[in-house]
Design a protein around this ligand. Structure first.
Ligand SMILES: [Zn+2]
Length: 60
């Protein structure tokens, strides 16, 4: 089997490990995908919370 050397293998954007992407948009290996998703979700939640807080403070 010729898997290495072909475009089927991608390099993880976080750890640099070679991995087989499930989709052509995949940027991270299985391990880091979970971390990246969690980080994105946390960042999104933080932004939402900050937004609602500023709205609360602005409205009397
Ligand atoms: Zn990785």
């Amino acid at each position: 089997m010729e898997i290495f050397g072909k475009d089927t293998m991608k390099r993880c954007a976080i750890c640099g490990k070679a991995f087989l992407p499930g989709s052509n948009r995949a940027k991270y290996c299985n391990d880091c995908r979970v971390i990246a998703q969690r980080r994105q979700k946390a960042e999104y939640a933080k932004r939402c919370r900050a937004n609602s807080r500023t709205i609360d403070q602005q409205s009397p």
